[in-house]
Design a protein around this ligand. Sequence first.
Ligand SMILES: [Zn+2]
Length: 109
Amino acid sequence: MNTIHSLIDDFTGRLNAMLERQIQDRARVAVESAFAGHQRGPGRPAAIASLAAVRPARRKGPKQLCPVPGCKDPAAPVFGMVCSKHKDLPKTKIKKYREERRAKKLKAA
Ligand SMILES: [Zn+2]
């Protein structure tokens, strides 16, 4: 019954050697690519800068107006997206106004 044991030993031994080589290869590749990345260094910040240029810096979309009909005041998130004058209106009303406004906008478009 020694042959099976020696077969298993042989197999595990080879498997270990294979795994070790793979790990070493992978580590080498990782180090090499990291090095390559370093050598490409000067090109990288430029790429990031151009990316930042494409995306406008901290632009808050179009200013939202208070949804109350006839009100031209800007809506503020602190008041639940209505103006300071209408911040005390019930939310259900505001919701209705907003829906009406949206419907009007859709019709206009
Ligand atoms: Zn208002």
